[in-house]
Write a protein that binds this ligand. Structure first.
Ligand code: MG
Length: 374
């Protein structure tokens, strides 16, 4: 079996670029574990994330649009899979560590509470005196403390590169001088941004919050529309829209790969450490596409994320979480046993926050309804 395990490192040595994170250079895990006979360390991390309950619950958590609106739009889970898919494509072209990329992508949104950013804002408000709430921080808390799957240690005992990559996403942290994260982490961030730009527009169109013509005010969209029209003479509305979304993804990913390759060539980075020392991120779009992407994001912000339908939903979700927060804070004995066991160590506010954050949208709504009726 040793022979098989050895081959994974060999394969990486043959295939990965010198600036990629090689499994053999991992800083290991907090709790020492023997290496696996035929899975590399990041492959194991990926598997542990996929088997966690926090990951499964992403299926019933809001990305932007709540579940009852239909079954076309993205949930947190399908968004996560789209990010992993885009990130692996980019990682493979750049010859980065795809196992590490996949693990990072699959856990990147694992800390999201129910009801998307509305839920996050409410939980942050209630825990402000105890360090606040942020989904990136919460992801680390889940995989280091809250998941309980193995008798030997709390959490998932993931590789240190995964934890560091997730910590970097927390924009509020202030721990010392900023180094750029590993290129694998940069790829996942870029893929996340590409995925939601394209798919939030698609979902908003499907749900009728936007019309195709509204988006013509956005240069990136207009360019994609022109390209689709020049390729297909006449398409019905739905296939046309899907072709435009594919075109946008294609344009954004190709631009990212091309401009990143150029930067890697010019900067001559020859190790993951050298890539971290670069003054700016090496995995980034060209300036022109960066501008166009920002225009699309500004448009989505005002026209979709601040749409009256979404704002009403946010307010209702906020009320439900607020009421449940007060209920459980006042009567912590109503928390499940696993949460009560943490009360002494973490305090009521944090434990209630963890419990609420772990809920899916539907569990939260049911629990809220139950509380109102008793
Ligand atoms: Mg995301």
């Amino acid at each position: 079996m040793d022979e098989i395990g050895f081959n994974i490192m060999d394969r990486e040595a043959l295939w990965l670029a010198p600036y990629a994170m090689h499994s053999c250079d991992t800083a290991g895990r907090e709790y020492d574990e023997p290496s696996h006979p035929y899975r590399g360390p990041y492959q194991r991390d990926r598997d542990r994330i996929v088997h966690s309950s926090a990951y499964r619950r992403l299926a019933h958590k809001t990305q932007v649009f709540a579940g009852e609106k239909g079954d076309y739009h993205r949930t947190r889970l399908t968004h996560t899979l789209e990010v992993a898919s885009i990130a692996r494509t980019i990682g493979r072209v750049l010859r980065l560590n795809e196992d590490l990329i996949e693990a990072l992508a699959l856990m990147h949104d694992i800390g999201h509470p129910p009801f998307g950013h509305a839920g996050e804002d409410i939980l942050d408000e209630f825990t402000r005196d105890w360090g606040g709430f942020n989904h990136n921080q919460q992801a680390v808390r889940i995989v280091t403390q809250l998941e309980y799957r193995y008798p030997e240690f709390p959490g998932l005992n993931l590789s240190k590169e995964i934890l560091a990559g997730q910590r970097v996403r927390d924009k509020r942290r202030s721990d010392g001088p900023r180094l750029q994260p590993l290129l694998e982490v940069q790829v996942v961030d870029a893929a996340d941004s590409i995925a939601y730009d394209a798919h939030d527009a698609d979902d908003a169109l499907e749900l009728g919050l936007l019309e195709m013509d509204d988006l013509l005010a956005v240069p990136l969209w207009e360019e994609a529309v022109d390209r689709v029209k020049s390729r297909y003479a006449a398409l019905d509305a739905k296939p046309f829209r899907r072709a435009v979304i594919h075109q946008i993804l294609e344009m954004l990913v190709s631009d990212l790969v091309e401009s990143t390759c150029r930067r890697l060539e010019v900067s001559e980075v020859a190790s993951p450490e050298a890539a971290s020392g670069s003054p700016t991120r090496l995995v980034a779009p060209s300036e022109a596409i960066f501008e166009q992407k920002s225009d699309l994001e500004k448009f989505l912000f005002t026209r979709v994320y601040r749409h009256p339908v979404i704002l009403t939903e946010r307010a209702l979700a906020g009320d439900a979480l607020r009421e449940m927060f007060h209920q459980f804070s006042q009567f912590p004995e109503r928390l499940p046993q696993s949460a009560r066991a943490r009360l002494e160590q973490d305090g009521v506010a944090r434990v209630v926050c963890d419990f609420l954050a772990g809920m899916t949208d539907r569990f939260a709504l049911e629990e809220h309804r139950r509380q109102k009726n008793t």
